[in-house]
Ligand binder design. Structure first.
Ligand SMILES: Nc1ncnc2c1ncn2[C@@H]1O[C@H](COP(=O)(O)OP(=O)(O)O)[C@@H](O)[C@H]1O
Ligand SMILES: [Mg+2]
Length: 228
């Protein structure tokens, strides 16, 4: 199996005024196609920042990130967007749905960006049904509960059949049943399509179900272990 993600000597420093905040340092790991990796660590340890760097949403201060053989960390914004459209899905901690679009239209966006407009509606309807929102397709985000928005965000992340899916606390805001449902969808996607999953979570049970757990503390990897 091939490496789908390679993070080499990555550091990230945020500047605010004259202060420098070193959020990630010396991060190194590789992820193989089809792996399920949980990223855990205390609040503020850099998990969301790391996910954003891996998905090319932000750039590292130093170091390199590759998705397959594309060095995402040195591409320009348009090139990064092209790699994301082709390979990457992202479930954000705060959903980031487009408020002026319905649930269905939100899910259709990645497909339209991929030039798959023709199949967009049917596929998106199918995905929304799959996450249990068949009767909420024409609702706007403000008309949906937090759990429902989370599921729209999940359907959107799946819609371009990503090879690599990043999920930032995907079950964090959900009640037990809905959380279990979302979790099942993620694992099904891995099984059915071989989608590589990188999941930030506080849920230790969920982390235990992943094949591997990377633990961050104060911006450093303190352990990287395969589950038995
Ligand atoms: N854009 C930013 N500018 C300045 N500081 C940031 C920015 N994003 C995150 N941080 C800081 O980086 C640290 C790590 O944040 P984050 O990656 O969100 O942690 P986690 O997801 O593990 O809770 C925090 O101290 C946070 O305040
Ligand atoms: Mg976070």
């Amino acid at each position: 199996m091939q490496d789908i993600l390679k993070v080499a000597d990555v550091s990230k420093t945020f500047k605010s005024g004259s202060r420098e905040l070193n959020v990630l340092s010396d991060i190194n790991f590789e992820i193989t196609e089809g792996e399920i990796v949980a990223i855990v660590g205390p609040s503020g340890s850099g998990k969301t920042t790391l996910l954003g760097l891996c998905a090319g949403l932000d750039s590292p201060t130093s170091g390199d990130i590759h998705i397959y053989d594309q060095k995402i960390s040195s591409l320009d914004e348009n090139q990064k967007a092209a790699v994301r459209n082709e390979y990457v899905g992202f479930i954000f901690q705060n959903f980031q749905l487009i408020s002026t679009l319905t649930a269905l239209e939100n899910v259709m966006v990645p497909l339209e960006l991929q030039g798959r407009g023709k199949e967009a509606r049917q596929r998106s309807e199918h995905l929304l049904e799959r996450v249990g929102l068949g009767d909420r397709m024409t609702h706007y985000p403000s008309q949906l509960s937090g759990g429902e928005q989370q599921r729209v965000s999940l359907a959107r992340a799946f819609s371009n059949t990503p090879k690599l899916l990043f999920a930032d606390e995907p079950t964090g805001n959900l009640d037990g049943d809905t959380g279990a449902n979302v979790e099942q969808l993620l694992f099904d996607l891995n099984k059915e399509q071989g989608t590589t999953l990188v999941i930030v979570t506080h849920d230790l049970e969920l982390a235990q179900k992943a094949g591997r757990i990377i633990k961050l503390k104060s911006g450093k990897i303190v352990s990287d272990l395969k589950n038995q």
